[in-house]
Design a protein around this ligand. Structure first.
Ligand code: HEC
Length: 162
């Protein structure tokens, strides 16, 4: 064979080896359905009261929970699924009580789309909201994905590698 023929044969050989390798890899690593990654650890009463507040106050006009989005709204606010794995109850309470939530998380949105202050809500409602969202957990395997995508949504930058 001439030089060029050897090259082609070599390349074909590589393709075949790669295809076999991928077949073996795929058969050893089947795609498993790991199930829904979100769950709540809040008590039943907090879950009910929290869900009512979430709906009545209008958090859902901007946010998503349980993967459900208000299709009439287009505010790019973060999903709150799994937020309790990222933030503590105390943090959430302070955030909801802040007169200026943007001093805690800066926004890159227009003021009317940014997180409003809920400092004027009754303390008991801010407590329930903090408990409700602190109980919204995400399984570990999903956490890293959420972190990265929320970071990108909020900052416009890719999540920094450690
Ligand atoms: C007008 C739209 C809007 C409404 C209404 C709204 N939010 Fe937000 N929220 C945002 C945006 C946007 C952010 C991201 C920070 C920013 O841009 O101000 C945010 C951030 C948050 C965060 C922090 C998320 C994180 O990454 O730590 C929590 C928690 C939160 N909101 C909960 C709520 C709750 C609870 C309500 C209702 C009581 C609510 N939000 C109502 C727009 C909204």
């Amino acid at each position: 064979m001439r030089k060029g023929d050897w090259l082609i044969a070599g390349l074909l050989g590589l393709v075949v080896v790669a295809a076999i390798g991928k077949g073996i890899y795929d058969s050893k690593n089947p795609i498993v359905d790991k199930g829904i990654p979100f769950y709540s650890t809040a008590s039943k009463s907090v879950q009910l009261a929290g869900a009512d507040l979430y709906r009545d106050i209008g958090c859902r006009d901007c946010h998503t929970i349980w993967g459900v989005k208000n299709i009439m709204e287009t505010v790019p606010a973060p999903s709150l699924d799994g937020i309790g794995s990222l933030r503590t109850e105390a943090w959430l309470y302070d955030y909801f009580s802040s007169k200026n939530p943007q001093s805690i998380i800066p926004t890159r949105l227009k003021a009317k789309y940014a997180m409003p202050s809920y400092a004027s809500l009754p303390e008991s409602e801010r407590r329930v909201l903090a408990q409700y969202f602190a109980g919204m957990k995400v399984k570990n395997w999903y956490l890293q994905d959420v972190r990265a995508s929320e970071y990108k949504k909020l900052t416009g930058n890719p999540y920094p590698k450690k």
